[in-house]
Every structure is written in C-alpha cells, then in structure tokens.
Design a binder for this molecule. Sequence first.
Ligand code: NDP
Ligand code: PMR
Length: 345
Amino acid sequence: MALQAAALLPSTFSIPKEGKASATLKDSTLSGISLSNHVKSDFGSSFKITSQRKLSLGAIRAETMVASPGATNAPVIRKKMLRKGCVVITGASSGLGLATAKALAETGKWHVIMACRDLLKTERATKSAGMPKENYTIMHLDLVSLDSVRQFVNNFRRSENPLDVLVCNAAVYQPTAKEPSFTAEGFELSVGTNYLGHFLLSRLLLEDLKQSDYPSKRLIIVGSITGNSNTLAGNVPPKANLRDLRGLARGLNGLNSSAMIDGGDFDGAKAYKDSKVCNMLTMQEFYRRYHEETGITFASLYPGCMATTGLFREHIPLFRFLFPPFQKYITKGFVSEAESGKRLA
Ligand code: NDP
Ligand code: PMR
C-alpha cells in the first residue's frame, strides 16, 4: 500500500518506501497528544478485568462427553461446538454498518452489538431492515466524545458479552464545511470522530478481544481508497497528507494550533482522507505490536464506492445527483450497500 501519508515524519513514525508501509510509533505517544494519557489511565482500569466473562449469547460453546460404556480408562472425546460470536459494529444505524449488522445477524451465528449515537434511528433501521431481534443489541456510543467511548466500554463490559470482533465503521465527512467544527474534547470533528474516537475504543477493547476464546478474533477498521495515493481516486485533490503531524501534536483544536493534522489550513475533505490514512496506519501498527502475542487479526478494509450512503449528506446537491452514475458508469467502482455489507461481514 502506498500510503504517502507523511513527507516529514518524526523519528517515532516511519514509513518505508517502495509501497510497503509500516508505522513505528513510540509507546504511549501514538498521536503525540494528550489522548495517550487518556488511554494510559484507561488501561489501568481495564487490566482489572481478569475473570472470564460469562458467555450470555444463547448458543454457548457446548462440550459433549462421549465415553464407551464399561471401559473405565477409555479416552474422553470432547466435541466442541462453536458458540455464537459477538461482534461490536460502530455506526450501524445506516449504510455499510447497518448492512453488515444485518448480514451477520441473519446468519444466526453472530450477536451484533450496534454501537450508535442515535438509538431511536437505529431501532427504526433494524425494524425496516427486518433484522432478527434476538441477534442484535443496540448500545449508545457517540465517538464525538471520548467520555462516551469510555462509557460505552463500561456498559459493554457490564453486559457480560464476550468480544470476538470489533468493527470500527462509523465516520463523518464534511466536504463543504468552511470552518472546522470540534469534538467534545476540542479535536477537529472528522479526525476526532473517525480516528481518535476509534483509536481510544480499539485500545480499550483490545483487552476484551484478548480474553475472547473465539477461534478467530478480529479488529477491523473501514479504510478508504481515497486515502491511498497509489490509486487514481487517491490522487483526486485534496490529497491526504499527514506531513510531520504538527497539527495533531498541538491538539488539532484550531486555537493555538491548526485543525489539520499537517498543520495546514482547514479543508474538510482532506481532514476526512487524513483520518482514513490514520485508521489504516493504526491497523498496521496494531498488527505489528499485538498480532503475534494475541493472535488477533488486525485489518483495514475498503468496501467499494457506496455512492448513495448518508456519508455524502453534507455534499452539494449536484454532487449527490452526479456521484452515483459517475461511479456506476465511468469509474465502475460503484457497489451497493447490501453488497459492501456482505463483503465486510
Ligand atoms: P453512513 O453515513 O451511512 O454511515 C456512517 C455511520 O457513522 C452512521 O451510522 C452514523 O450515525 C455514524 N456516525 C457518525 N458520527 C458518529 C458518532 N459521532 N458516533 C457514532 N456514530 C457516528 O456512511 P457509510 O455507510 O458510507 O460509511 C461507513 C464507513 O464506510 C465509513 O467509515 C466510511 O468512511 C467508509 N467508506 C465509505 C465509502 C462510500 O463510498 N460510502 C467508501 C469508502 C469507505 P448517524 O446515523 O447517527 O449519523
Ligand atoms: Mg472519486 C477508479 C476511479 C475512482 C474511484 C474508485 C473513486 C472512488 N473515485 C474515482 C475517481 C475519481 N473521483 C475522479 C477521476 C474524480 C474527479 C472527477 C473523482 C472525484 C471525486 C470526488 C469529488 N471522488 C470522490 C469525491 C468525493 O467527494 C468522494 C470522497 O473523496 O469522499 C471522501 C469521492 C470518492 N471517490 C471514490 C470513493 C470511494 C469516494 C468516497 C470515498 C469515501 O467515502 O471514503
């Protein structure tokens, strides 16, 4: 992947040339901003969870003992049946997240925790999608607030469900915004939501994933082709570029620092693409740090161009009108939400 994200990266962060990107980040300073302190303090408490979670998902792992009658020392054959997997999907109230939740819930093999900011909207969406009630739970998560992320993690832990898969899907895109808006903690909104919120969520829930006894544990982040400069789509201006991360290091707050990661002038479309580069790099770094020790699969996924989703709600009407046929007939990159949902599922 040619993620030409940073022209001038500090020594803590390096991307080798020739397409194979890998990021090296010093412990506890992943972003170089106070988020790391939030994470450190949360790690303290998350380590307390040592007891095995109760598996409250209906079809639990069943162990069948088969012994031949009369043979006292006969070997005991344990036949293991796979319990239902438990997957958390952020932003599952519409688009890709909803389609993925539906696809997984309909298999009957998964219980889907839909982590959403608008509970009513999500409930309505599940009903109109006809999702089987017993296979999903809706829980509140607003990625715009790191406190909400911590609250979600606490609530999830209280629910005593195991965590087998985490899918970081939610995102906002503000291509027409003239001025930046900010998260509860004062970070630029798209990077704050798409990247920092998911980063904290992933760091906290990593402990829960580690405890899962499910055969394939996964942490997946939805990436985008538009953050990838070895593609045509990734070369459409404004291009993603993190440079030396100076805006991020100074807090992305638009007051004593730029609202952009690279320290430049605010551009909503670039902020979104930068956030996606961060998401993809995060998965590479998680893989490097934690895969061998935990067996967890870390990946980012580009689902295809779903030109009709709510992601483009803030774009100008002409764009929303032309974008679907442009992607269908010209780039041929168009994919329906249902198809992308199956891919991600
Ligand atoms: P949608 O707008 O349909 O879905 C985005 C979801 O994110 C919604 O459920 C939205 O909730 C949720 N969300 C937004 N902000 C927050 C927040 N603060 N807290 C919690 N949830 C939030 O868009 P898509 O389905 O298209 O996007 C899904 C993913 O796919 C994104 O990561 C996007 O970057 C990625 N992607 C999309 C492409 C496309 O062509 N559409 C192409 C490549 C990647 P609410 O309903 O409340 O607004
Ligand atoms: Mg892009 C093969 C060519 C291709 C693909 C697969 C996409 C996907 N786009 C392609 C090409 C082009 N686009 C070209 C040639 C242009 C100039 C006319 C172009 C323009 C364009 C715009 C203005 N494209 C866009 C926008 C957006 O606002 C979308 C965006 O960048 O959102 C962040 C977008 C997209 N094009 C795509 C995909 C998948 C998107 C949405 C990306 C995302 O949601 O992450």
